[in-house]
Write a new protein. Structure first.
Lengths: 349, 287
């Protein structure tokens, strides 16, 4: 177990700089998730930590020691890949023990270490099989076992659940969370799936274009997104964004009027409101619009409301059943309103 | 489903037909001749049944040819595979993509050369007085090496030309096979503390087992047909030290004695040996 420190890490491909000044400290036992859209550099960062990708500048420290020029095998890490990366010609057992054999661990010691790992992941009956004879979920379990048995200082996960179907993804996610609770190994997990990030992470590192957009616990990022990008990326259904005027007593324009959150500079602002923050009521005047679309999501219903200038999505309990074309009024508590600077995209309240 | 049944025969039919005419008929004819005492000088012949075969096993020159063929097969196939693997892996590890392309083109050229041309080029290079290879040796040491006139040297020199043609070509194929592998298992192996050598020993080469076996068998079959190479470079000499089975059968059948039945019996034995060996090897390696 160890602390991972990235100090001003930089990555260039030829003349193209894809990452600059990446600073991050992952604490002992911490589960950090790199979250971001594809091409944001999260996998590149993980591969630099693993040693599979050269670090162009800056310093990487694991457990206090500089790792920049060390081989992947000497960094005390173990990695789980998106496409499992199992050795296709080896049995499950050989796949799991390959790393220990290469590090010169004795036969008896390997057998001792194999038993608990195989048990933890329920792989007992598959040990003699080849990877091709296993399902995707089982293959990824073997890959996790292969990483676990090395008792690494740091676990690296590169989108481990992206190739699995939705149901399996859910159950394996729970399993990864349980393993981390038991082993407490420092972990870095890359994903583009916000649900995985929210449920697994102690801390989310939200990335965009090779930079850290925001860092914080899932609650912090959800409740107080630092930028318009963070606000739009986290949360389903997506946040509504409106361009409005902020004055002393209200926030809005000639069609919309919300109560103004205090302590912010006045003028043009970008306002973000989550669909679930709206309350429907007869007399509400904050936003009135006609129902354009009505999607049934099970427990809730996603309704789009449109007036002459704005269109918003609101999430309401499923028993509210407005007809298409009906006019609805909604209101929002001022604490649920996120205000951003339209120029810089930074949070104002 | 009756409609689909005939389709395989439609596709296989013409190929099988050609094979029967081109391969089966001559084979049966050869077996038939091998049971007679036909020579090129006499028009008639009688059936002597297995007399030719019995005579072969007390013919020291035939036993030598069998042994030479066996040595040739082992040396040329092993050397080609080892050279191909070594150069292929070296290119994969060390060469930039641009360098790889240049080397691949260069390495394919020898195999494009007809066998006879390659044999003549190298025979001249090995020439004791005018050879490009022997000249620096003579300048440096003062002795005149005549590689093709020593039994071992002749065999190795012919094998060298074979490897020059096929080993380099195999290196290109092996490089392309390595490039076609998914990179992740190799990365996983690096994280598993495997050295570069161990990655190839335990991961890439086992992953390429099936295509490598195919290459091995292709080369083994190809080595059986190196009559032209041996014929041009040494004519089986010095003495009979590089006389393979096909060389000996050729000289018995056409050059020295015209004993066509005797030569045919050798061809039949060679065919049986080849079929048995290859079936055995194929089953063994594919297990």
């Amino acid at each position: 177990m160890a602390i991972v420190e990235c100090r001003a890490i930089r990555k260039v491909y030829g003349a193209l700089e894809v990452m600059r000044d990446f600073d991050l400290k992952v604490d002992d036992h911490e589960f950090v998730v790199f979250l971001g859209p594809s091409g944001c550099g999260k996998s590149t960062m993980l591969r630099m930590i693993a040693g599979l990708e050269e670090i162009s500048g800056g310093e990487l420290l694991i457990g206090g020691a500089r790792m920049n020029d060390r081989d992947p095998g000497d960094r005390g890490i173990a990695m789980v890949f998106q496409n499992y990366a199992l050795y296709p010609h080896m049995s499950v057992r050989e796949n799991i023990t390959f790393g220990l054999e290469r590090s010169g661990v004795g036969k008896a010691a390997i057998d001792d270490r194999l038993v608990p790992v195989v048990e933890a992941l329920g792989l007992g009956v598959y040990l003699a099989r080849k990877p091709a004879e296993l399902s995707g979920g089982q293959q990824q379990r073997v890959a996790i076992a292969r990483a676990m048995i090395k008792t690494p200082e740091v676990f690296l996960f590169d989108e481990p659940l992206s190739n699995l179907d939705a149901k399996l993804r859910g159950s394996l996610r729970v399993e990864i969370a349980r393993l981390h609770r038991d082993l407490k190994t420092t972990s870095i997990y890359v994903t583009h799936d916000q649900l995985e990030a929210m449920t697994l992470a102690d801390r989310i590192v939200l990335m965009k274009d090779g930079r850290i957009e925001q860092m914080g616990t899932p609650e912090e990022i959800y409740q107080a997104p630092a930028t318009v990008f963070a606000a739009g990326f986290i949360g389903t259904p997506n946040m509504n964004f409106l361009q409005l005027q902020l004055t002393e007593e209200w926030l809005g324009d000639n069609l919309v009027k919300f109560a103004a959150p205090g302590g912010i500079r006045q003028g043009e602002v970008t306002v973000g409101i989550r669909p679930g923050s709206f309350r429907v009521s007869e007399e509400a005047q904050a936003f009135r619009g006609t129902v354009e679309r009505n999607e049934f999501h099970g427990e809730t219903r996603l309704i789009s409301l449109k007036n002459e200038r704005h269109e918003i999505n609101i999430s309401v309990p499923a028993h509210i059943r407005p007809a298409i074309g009906e006019v609805l009024g909604v209101e929002v508590a001022s604490s649920d309103i996120h205000v951003f600077d339209p120029g810089t995209g930074l949070r104002l309240n | 489903m009756r409609r689909g049944r005939s389709l395989p025969y439609v596709f296989l039919g013409p190929t099988l037909g050609i094979l029967i005419v081109l391969a089966l008929v001559p084979t049966i004819y050869a077996i038939n001749i091998s049971l007679q005492n036909r020579t090129l000088s006499a028009p008639n012949a009688d059936y002597v049944w297995f007399a030719n075969y019995l005579a072969l096993f007390s013919d020291a020159r035939f036993l030598n040819a069998l042994w030479v063929s066996f040595k040739w097969e082992i040396i040329s196939v092993t050397a080609t595979m080892v050279t191909g693997l070594a150069i292929g892996i070296a290119m994969f590890e060390a060469a930039s993509p641009r360098m790889r392309n240049i080397l691949c083109v260069l390495f394919i050229i020898p195999v494009l050369l007809p066998r006879v041309c390659a044999a003549f080029v190298w025979k001249f290079a090995f020439h004791p007085l005018y050879g490009a290879l022997t000249w620096p040796v003579r300048e440096l040491t003062g002795i005149t090496p005549d590689i093709l006139s020593t039994p071992l040297g002749a065999l190795l020199a012919v094998a060298f030309v074979d490897v020059w043609q096929w080993g380099l070509f195999f290196a290109v194929i092996i490089l392309k096979l390595l490039e076609s592998l998914p990179p992740q298992p190799l990365e996983a192996a690096r994280i598993d503390r495997a050295t570069r050598f161990e990655i190839h020993r335990f991961v890439t080469l086992p992953m390429l087992k099936a295509p490598l076996i195919s290459l091995l068998l292709v080369k083994a079959i190809e080595s059986l047909r190196s009559f032209d190479l041996v014929y041009v470079m040494t004519r089986g000499g010095p003495g009979i030290s590089t006389e393979t089975l096909d060389m000996y059968a050729y000289s018995q059948g056409f050059i020295e004695a015209g004993k066509i039945s005797y030569a045919s019996s050798m061809a039949v034995i060679m065919m049986v040996l080849t079929i048995v060996t290859f079936t055995f090897t194929w089953k063994r390696l594919n297990r």
